[in-house]
Design a protein around this ligand. Structure first.
Ligand SMILES: Cc1cc2nc3c(=O)[nH]c(=O)nc-3n(C[C@H](O)[C@H](O)[C@H](O)COP(=O)(O)O)c2cc1C
Length: 215
């Protein structure tokens, strides 16, 4: 874990939701004129609602947040919500907001200081591990240089889905490929089960992202 002195400001879980405290890590700094560039990729699970808090706090802390959503994710929360929270256009297809001479997925990937995929569905995790790029989220992720940019995956799924041997193999492979897995936790799930697979809470995601950014 980083021994950056800024971390001493964070003593409780609440601190990791406090935009004023978060701004020391994510906002403009002496070394960086503008806020950190955070790419948030969202796939189609019920936990999307928790990511609204993450994006909102990052934006309030001065980060430059870019959100991309899989088509399935847009069934849970609209792109407009994330556009309003981040203050930036939301990418839902590889074919929109095409900029200059750079294919957007390459320039977005190059620009990111850190990446969070949350919720990371069983399907998107499998796509990442198998180098599939059919959604805009996995396409952007495919162009990330993991030696330079930390990538955090926050799995979220029903406990039986989480425990599938194929899924656990994908989790292991994703870690071996240089992705950091955040969570999942155990507890109440939207499917009315109590088990493992519940996405980490917003404060845990912000903490993992902050620590990853400090290096
Ligand atoms: C109501 C509902 C809730 C779902 N929640 C989850 C979930 O929490 N985790 C998950 O892996 N899949 C979940 N799914 C299934 C995914 O949406 C489905 O596998 C989809 O293909 C994922 O696509 P994506 O990874 O491209 O977003 C849910 C589906 C429905 C209809």
């Amino acid at each position: 874990m980083s021994d950056d002195p800024r971390l001493s400001e964070f003593q409780t879980n609440e601190d990791w939701l406090n935009p004023r405290k978060l701004s020391a890590i994510f906002g403009p700094t002496k070394e960086r004129e503008e806020g950190a560039r955070i790419f948030v990729g969202i796939s189609g699970g019920i936990a999307v609602y928790k990511v609204c808090t993450v994006v909102s706090r990052l934006a309030q802390a001065g980060a430059q947040v870019t959100v991309a959503m899989t088509e399935n994710a847009t069934n849970f929360v609209t792109p407009l919500t994330f556009q309003a929270l981040s203050g930036n256009p939301v990418y839902t297809s590889p074919w929109e907001h095409l900029e200059s001479s750079d294919p957007q997925h390459i320039s977005l990937a190059d620009r990111a200081d850190a990446v969070l995929i949350a919720p990371c569905t069983m399907n998107t995790l499998s796509d990442i591990v198998h180098a599939r790029t059919s959604s805009v989220v996995t396409l952007i992720l495919s162009a990330i240089n993991r030696e330079k940019t930390p990538v955090l995956l926050a799995p979220a799924m029903n406990d039986a889905m989480w425990s599938q041997p194929s899924n656990l193999r994908n989790v292991e492979q994703a870690q071996a490929d240089g992705n950091q897995i955040v969570g999942p936790g155990a507890g109440w799930q939207a499917c009315r089960h109590d088990g493992t697979g519940r996405m980490s809470e917003p404060e845990d995601l912000l903490k993992a992202l902050g620590i990853a950014l400090l290096g």
